[in-house]
Design a binder for this molecule. Sequence first.
Ligand SMILES: NC(=O)c1ccc[n+]([C@@H]2O[C@H](COP(=O)([O-])OP(=O)(O)OC[C@H]3O[C@@H](n4cnc5c(N)ncnc54)[C@H](O)[C@@H]3O)[C@@H](O)[C@H]2O)c1
Length: 383
Amino acid sequence: MKIIIFGGDGYLGWPTAMRLAKKHRVFVVDNFCKKKIEIENQVTPLFQQVSLQERVDIWNKISKKNKIHFEYGDLLNHRFIYDFLKKIKPNAIVHYAEQPSAPYSMIGREQAVFTQHNNIIGTLNLLFGVKKHCPNAHILKLGTMGEYGTPNIDIEEGYLKIKHKNRYDILPYPKSPHSIYHLSKCHDSANIIYLCKIWDLKVTDLNQGVVYGVKTPETELHKKLNTSFHYDHIFGTILNRFITLAALNKPLLIYGKGEQKRTFLNINDTLQCIELALKNPAKKGYCKIRNQYTEIFSLINLANQVRDAAKKININIKIKKIKNPRFELENHYYNPTNKSFSKIGLKPLKLNSNFIIESIKYVQNNLKSINEKTIYPNIKWKI
Ligand SMILES: NC(=O)c1ccc[n+]([C@@H]2O[C@H](COP(=O)([O-])OP(=O)(O)OC[C@H]3O[C@@H](n4cnc5c(N)ncnc54)[C@H](O)[C@@H]3O)[C@@H](O)[C@H]2O)c1
């Protein structure tokens, strides 16, 4: 297959490119807007990454037959998208190219508008381009489990069978997200469901949980093929920040009560899900929605796991509750399903203390580069 990966410089895009290049012809596209946000907000991944072009060159030298092709491009530039899709005529597209940080989207008007404009218009441009130049291509679009929020009923996979006044229907699952970023994904989903129907497109919307881990068999082939590890309050996810605090021997910070539950998965399972979703494409005219996660943890449960693992290597840390900068329920029902991936063969990895210990040691190897100030949250949802 010919596959384009939009967002190929990103945390997930780069490892995905290497994995898919083993079996497919892969083209990666990025406009490096994440790098710009990093510079503007003075946050950097813990380990330096060489440029995408250099990573592609190293990969192409190592893997010879399975070359990756890189193209600079912006999803907001519809001319570029149209020309590129016309030239490549891909069989599949993996669309990661969005602004992925909830805290960033909540800084203020400029960041909120950028997030929704970039994500929603970029996705619309892609859908228009696919309709015009490669209407049979299967699009894998990354959504988030955060689209659902934390409703007091079970969370299904994208659609809900509803009985109302003695009539039934299957409708898009009601969304109650927790940030402007998550809202951008909900708007994307609504556009995708509609355009699939009227244009007969094939899209799989992957509602993904929080991804952890940086090692995949491909990143291990060369030290410069690494992906990013963010520990800061803008891009760093909860487990990365706990691991970094443990490595620094500092208390693990819990937002509010810490009973908030979220979904998680290992980066190797993200790659497994992408491969499985490619093998099991959506039907034309229907947006297939899959919940892409493997485990559910509350913040406090995750913090306990990190504290207990750290203890095994003689790091004794405390867990500290701080005022929640976010606006979210801190104690709630949470029961999402993820059966659609197990049905097509997902073999999930479990978070365990060996992984946590290995991650703490990985961070400890670069303690000097940590800018501790950037770990602590300073973006508030409510003023
Ligand atoms: N990482 C996670 O835990 C997680 C969880 C759920 C969903 N997701 C979603 O998965 C996708 C990838 O996440 P990630 O963590 O790899 O993010 P990332 O920011 O590391 O990667 C996204 C890449 O897309 C690029 N990009 C953004 N807008 C673009 C545009 N208009 N044109 C071209 N390139 C553009 C960025 O420069 C960046 O390199 C995102 O859509 C994100 O919302 C991620």
